[in-house]
Write a protein that binds this ligand. Structure first.
Ligand SMILES: O=S(=O)(CCO)c1ccc(-c2ccc(C3CCCC3)c([C@@H]3C[C@@H]3c3ccccn3)c2)cc1
Length: 240
């Protein structure tokens, strides 16, 4: 994959997205407002408009017990599970398999009235990162999705408006070994999930509508996805 035309961009975007995701909300600059909270899940957004279009950056932090960062990234990255958890997905195809850890997706999302239907074309890369805080601790896992151009699929030539997105899912696993030295179970496992996204809707849509969609869809999305991973892994050996 390292000789693929997209590789330099993938390297740069992954590094910068991971660094941003690692920063606490306080270090991410001013203007972040907590807009949704549900137990361990906290969702922040910053109100930003680009050419009059809502492009609010979003940062969600969630802690989920009983799953590992590798498992979270595995179910987020692999196409075969996506229809199970991505409720706004209408159609998804893998346009290119650049390598086993890098795919190019074309996906259409269900139309959200009154906005017209959207589609996204993006590369997706999964990567294990060393745990800098604790050398012999569990690795950090990440998936980064970033919009890209594709000559065979020019933007906005069909009915769908092409969105532009950058998404980073960063997962840090914590193992709290059982006191009595018995074998590790999922009860000794938890995962801190940081989900960062910037979605440019690609074409004009009323700010009030988009912000209402974000407020409704993002908390639903993260809760549904993490519940899906817990359910898929509960009777399986832990993937570290
Ligand atoms: O994390 S991913 O990479 C997972 C792969 O699917 C991803 C997540 C979300 C989107 C997305 C695409 C379009 C739209 C809008 C824009 C105008 C009208 C539709 C939205 C709005 C925010 C709402 C939304 C939020 C969360 C989940 C689904 N829907 C989100 C795309 C990719």
């Amino acid at each position: 994959a390292s000789q693929h035309r997209l590789w330099p961009e993938i390297e740069n975007v992954v590094k910068s997205q991971v660094n941003m995701a690692k920063m606490g909300i306080g270090e991410c600059g001013a203007g972040w407002q907590l807009f949704a909270e549900d137990g361990e899940m906290k969702m922040y957004r910053r109100e930003e408009e680009v050419d009059g279009m809502v492009c609010d950056p979003l940062k969600a932090v969630h802690v989920v017990k009983g799953i590992s960062g590798h498992e979270v990234c595995h179910y987020f990255f692999n196409p075969q599970y996506r229809y199970d958890w991505e409720s706004t997905l209408e159609h998804m195809t893998v346009l290119e398999t650049i390598s086993e850890d890098t795919l190019v997706f074309l996906q259409t999302h269900k139309r959200i009235w009154p906005a017209s239907q959207r589609e996204g074309l993006f590369w997706s890369h999964i990567r294990k990162l060393p745990n800098e805080k604790d050398r012999d601790g569990p690795d950090i896992w990440t998936v980064v999705n970033n919009s890209t151009e594709y000559s065979e699929h020019p933007a906005n030539n069909g009915k769908c408006v092409r969105i532009f997105l950058t998404v980073c899912l960063l997962c840090q696993t914590t193992v709290d070994p059982p006191k009595d030295g018995t074998t590790l179970t999922r009860d000794n496992l938890s995962c801190k999930i940081t989900y960062c996204s910037v979605v440019n809707p690609g074409g004009w849509a009323p700010a009030s509508v988009l912000r209402a969609v974000y407020k409704r869809e993002y908390p639903k999305f993260l809760k549904r996805f993490t519940a899906y991973v817990k359910n898929q892994t509960k009777n399986k050996p832990i993937m570290f």
